[in-house]
Design a protein around this ligand. Sequence first.
Ligand code: FES
Length: 103
Amino acid sequence: MRVSHQIDGISLNVLSDDLPLQEVGRPGSILDIALGNGIRLNHSCGGTGACTTCHVLVIEGLESCNRPEKIERERLQEVYGRQANSRLACQCVPKKSVKVEIP
Ligand code: FES
């Protein structure tokens, strides 16, 4: 796996199941992978899907991610500046490479 962090976003290349996970949020979620690789993302509720502080925009690879469940869809309705590619990093689990921007 290769994880890189840039000023304007985070690129996560998920290549195997052997991820250094932080065990925050859904296993293998963008938040989980980021924290496990030393990339800081806000996560006020501890990754339970109860806040919106982990809101990210999935710029590339959205099709490889799980579909948002009801709790995530409801929380995203509360996000100012929500876009079609908005996801909660703690709930979004990519199966392969994704590029993420923190709004
Ligand atoms: S950390 Fe609170 S919803 Fe993701």
